[in-house]
Design a protein around this ligand. Sequence first.
Ligand code: PGA
Length: 238
Amino acid sequence: MKIIVCKDYAEMSKKATEMVAALVKSKPDCTLGLATGSTPEGLYAGLVEKYESGEISFAKVNTVNLDEYYPIDPKNDQSYRYFMNQKLFDHIDINKNNTHVPNGLAKDVEKECAEYDELVKKLGVDIQILGIGRNGHIGFNEPDTYLVPGTHVTDLTQNTIEANSRFFASADEVPKKALTMGIGSILSAKQIIMLVSGANKKEAVAKLLTGNLYTDCPATMINLHDDVTLIVTEDAYR
Ligand code: PGA
């Protein structure tokens, strides 16, 4: 694993922006695996800036997002589809038909998950952006006794519901389930960039850095991948 320690969130975001922009420049029809949460917001702002300055174009780029609450209307301002439109897609020249987020209103969940896996396989993710939960989750792969390889529906842990309640009026309003790419789908990306910022992620990062695999810290599964860059702020590192 390549590790880049940054002094702060701004530096972390800048490093990530440079790496993603370099891919978009060298491979204009690349597929980006994207994540939501507070952590990648600086990266998305950086990419918008690079688009606005004419440095990069997303006209041929495809994207697949890691996860979505379930059930949730994509128009709901707490949905991850809404977040992606707001933070990135509405501000760049991407074709929205080429942006993919699991469907929070899918009637047949099994079918939705199987089709999402097919899509991820067909597109082939060039760079997968990951954040990490305080409890070590990636996407919505929560700590458990076992982990699921493919896209699936999952129950959110109380810890995640509480962490995400900051975006809702109360914890009661946070959906209790989500659709998420599985560990296998995540590891199928050619390259993984994990972004981590903040002292509350320190424990999860420490576990990741042991190099071991813990199902109670799903992020450690990226230790199986041979092209991972961890971009981490000082306060989250050791
Ligand atoms: P955060 O979430 O970026 O909002 O801290 C990260 C995650 O839960 O994966």
